[in-house]
Design a binder for this molecule. Structure first.
Ligand code: HXC
Length: 262
């Protein structure tokens, strides 16, 4: 598939996906969502990609929301189709076993905040701004924000953001746990790449199963989730990477995790 609204670049085990509609602050229209879905589904099938960084083009915005000029004319059925497509994108990002880091480089509003929420880790630049301003437009969030936001920051902070439509700065987002940390804008991508690099040094099977355990386990009760974790732990012993990791420790050397086929 040819992409017109996003860029997808590979550099060894790292893929960088950039939403590329800077004139409208990277707002998400139907085509952009279709391209994102295709891109992340392709990454899911590519074992050579070990980490993804998701960011927005330009210096001002990660994603300023779903495209309001596109949404204004929708009838109820089309609105549902649009929300469903957006949710498929978010579920794909969350559901692929490759870790996804959101490099939030500016406005992350509405669907943009929801997109960041679907990622595993969020690193923000100092100029990042977060919010769910949908109530200003007379609608509720539709890409999962009413669900992922309270799960991440707790019900009280989520309700305040959802009901007020307030926009908060990066420091406040870090304070309430919406982002992992805040870095100067000119260091954002490098900081994400360094984190990605550290993840790439670890056992690939183990990293993928950690994501699986966190995301699936959070939907279970604690006892069932811990049993699930034990099953995934056992599954690691089907990989040569477990032998390599433990042998390297005992032999006082760095592990060399070579192939993903095991
Ligand atoms: C379409 C958008 C847009 C959006 C910005 N633009 N956000 N176009 N959809 N979400 C366009 C503007 O119209 C403008 O186009 C250009 O981008 C630059 O934006 P400005 O407003 O001029 O920039 P600025 O004054 O710096 O203000 C930045 C901003 C503001 C605070 C981010 O643009 C803003 O409030 N945007 C809307 C944010 C929002 O409400 N997002 C939630 C959407 S609802 P022109 O042609 O004038 O240059 C949503 C629902 C998801 O996301 C679920 C759906 C199912």
């Amino acid at each position: 598939m040819e992409y017109s609204n996003i860029l997808c670049e590979k550099d060894g085990p790292l893929a960088t996906v950039t939403i590329n509609r800077p004139k409208v602050l990277n707002a998400l229209n139907y085509e952009t969502l279709q391209e994102l879905k295709h891109c992340f589904e392709t990454i899911a099938g590519d074992r050579s990609t070990r980490v993804v960084i998701l960011t927005g083009a330009g210096e001002k915005s990660f994603v300023a929301g779903a495209d309001i000029s596109f949404m204004r004319e929708l009838n109820p059925l089309e609105a549902r189709t649009f929300a469903t497509l957006g949710q498929e994108v978010m579920n794909t990002i969350e559901g692929i076993d490759t870790p996804v880091i959101a490099a939030v480089n500016g406005f992350a509003l509405g669907g943009g905040c929801e997109l960041a929420l679907a990622c595993d880790i969020r690193i923000a630049s100092e100029n990042a701004r977060f919010g769910q301003p949908e109530v200003n437009l007379g609608v509720v969030p539709g890409f999962g924000g009413t669900q992922r936001l309270p799960r991440l920051v707790g019900k009280g902070h989520a309700c305040e953001l959802l009901f007020s439509g307030d926009i908060i700065d990066a420091a406040e987002a870090a304070r309430i746990g919406l982002v992992n940390r805040v870095v100067p804008q000119d260091q954002l991508l490098e900081s994400c790449r360094q984190l990605a690099g550290r993840i790439c040094l670890r056992g690939p099977v183990a990293v993928r199963l950690c994501k699986d355990a966190v995301n699936n386990g959070l939907e279970m009760d604690l006892a069932r989730a811990c049993r699930y974790e034990a099953d995934l732990f056992a599954m690691c012993f089907a990989s040569t990477q477990q032998q390599e990791g433990m042998s390297a420790f005992l032999e006082k050397r760095q592990p060399k995790f070579e192939s993903e086929k095991d």
